[in-house]
Design a protein around this ligand. Structure first.
Ligand SMILES: *Cc1c(COP(=O)(O)O)cnc(C)c1O
Length: 409
């Protein structure tokens, strides 16, 4: 499917290994247990010599179909799906890092990812947070015990863009695992494989699922990291093709042992949502750019954060890397005190948390999603008291713009 366009790949990639009874869509396999004609087959599945399923915590035919779809989109050598994006991120950290290792993370990451860093420190992993918009900041943080670098493509809520290609080159030179969270851009706008990412994270809850009706997460291995030289791979997983070792360890230790398994029902919902990924991304990116331009020109607005605006600090980087700017934008009112009243005056977007729904979602950042993080983290991330995050949905631009115009007064 490699040479086909993205829409063709999305709609057909769950059929690459056949669909039961000729069904056009992969069915929802609800069975937790799997039975075999002979005990030898059961033994083979346990030992990995026979392909198959034994217990749904490690995957079902329905979650496997979604994994194939995400894998085709990211151009990987394998993908594992999880119950949430956070389960995918935690499984990656906890299975590949040990006490005494050092991890470098962008200071501009999803709030709950930032919260996990505290847990890792407690377990004896050293963590440095750096301004990942500059590869030099990552280079300066490296230590002899650095194993992994973790960044997001476009950060939420400030829309900072990591210096993705230069960090990729650095990780290649130093043989570090390079993990890129592609949630905001999604493979429709950017494939982290192209900048040397070893592992790609997607919260399927957001852009890929797209409808706010199911949680899910995924880790994709791009096949570019040589796990043969990675010291933290457990002995039983050091067999077969070395480029699969990392993923085998994440599936066994991260999915099987930690248990954040995706249900078949949700895999099916996410897979259906994914079929319109590229269409939704195109529409919401166009609307987001137009809204960003409208807001930037409005006298009641102090600042707009959107990567495709020429005023954005990483605008050049963003236009080089991404085909469009995605659905995330944030802005500050000239009168920060009016932030909550302004949100109440909006009539179309849903006032609430969450991202990449079909409906636009609006939230004041400092008093909600970054409240627990505290003032110091907010300052480091450039989150002012009046920052408003807007996740652009599929509504018509004219309606959203008119709503903003009336709410801004
Ligand atoms: C939402 C989000 C996550 C976590 O995903 P869940 O599915 O909500 O657990 C991780 N990274 C980013 C960038 C996100 O926006």
């Amino acid at each position: 499917m490699k040479n086909l366009g993205i829409n063709t790949r999305i709609v057909h990639s769950d059929r690459s290994f056949g669909v039961e009874h000729g069904g056009v869509r992969k069915p929802i396999h609800t069975s937790v247990q799997y039975g075999f004609d002979t005990v030898e087959e059961l033994v083979g599945v346990f030992q990995g010599s026979v392909k198959g399923y034994n217990y749904a915590r490690q995957g079902t035919p329905t979650t496997a179909a979604l994994e194939a779809r995400i894998n085709a989109l990211e151009g990987g050598v394998g993908t594992i799906c999880f119950a949430t994006g956070m389960a995918a991120i935690c499984a990656t950290f906890l299975t590949l890092l040990k006490a005494g290792d050092h991890l470098v993370v962008s200071q501009f990451v999803f709030g709950n990812t930032n919260s996990v860093l505290g847990t890792l420190r407690d377990f004896g992993v050293q963590v440095s947070t750096v301004d990942a918009t500059r590869a030099a900041a990552v280079a300066e943080a490296l230590q002899p015990n650095t194993r992994m670098v973790f960044v997001e493509t476009v950060a939420n809520p400030g829309t900072q863009v990591a210096d993705l290609a230069a960090i990729g080159q650095l990780c290649r030179d130093k043989a570090l695992v390079y993990v890129v969270d592609n949630t905001v851009t999604s493979p429709a706008l950017f494939q982290p494989r192209t900048v040397g990412a070893s592992l790609v994270i997607n919260s399927l809850t957001k852009t890929i699922g797209g409808h706010g009706t199911a949680l899910g997460g995924a880790v994709t291995d791009t096949g570019q990291f040589n796990w043969a030289n990675y010291p933290n791979i457990f002995e039983p997983y050091r067999k077969g093709e070395a480029r699969q070792w990392g993923l085998v360890q994440i599936r066994k230790k991260g999915l099987r042992d930690m248990g954040g398994a995706l249900s078949s029902e949700h895999a099916h919902t996410l897979g259906s949502g994914a079929e319109t990924l590229a269409l939704r991304q195109k529409q919401s990116s166009e609307t987001a750019l137009a809204l960003a331009q409208f807001l930037e020109a409005h006298p009641a607005i102090a600042k707009v954060h959107y990567p495709m605006l020429p005023s954005h600090p990483q605008h050049a980087l963003a236009t080089q890397l991404f085909t469009s700017g995605s659905w995330l934008l944030s802005f500050e009112l000239a009168n920060a005190e009016d932030c909550l009243a302004f949100i109440n005056r909006l009539t179309i977007p849903t006032v609430g948390t969450g991202l990449a729904d079909t409906r636009s979602l609006v939230i004041p950042v400092a008093t909600t999603i970054f409240w627990e993080a505290g003032a110091a983290v907010r300052a480091q991330m450039g989150i002012g008291d009046g920052l408003i995050r807007f996740s652009v949905g599929l509504e018509d631009l004219a309606d959203l713009q008119a709503d903003f115009a009336q709410a801004l007064g």
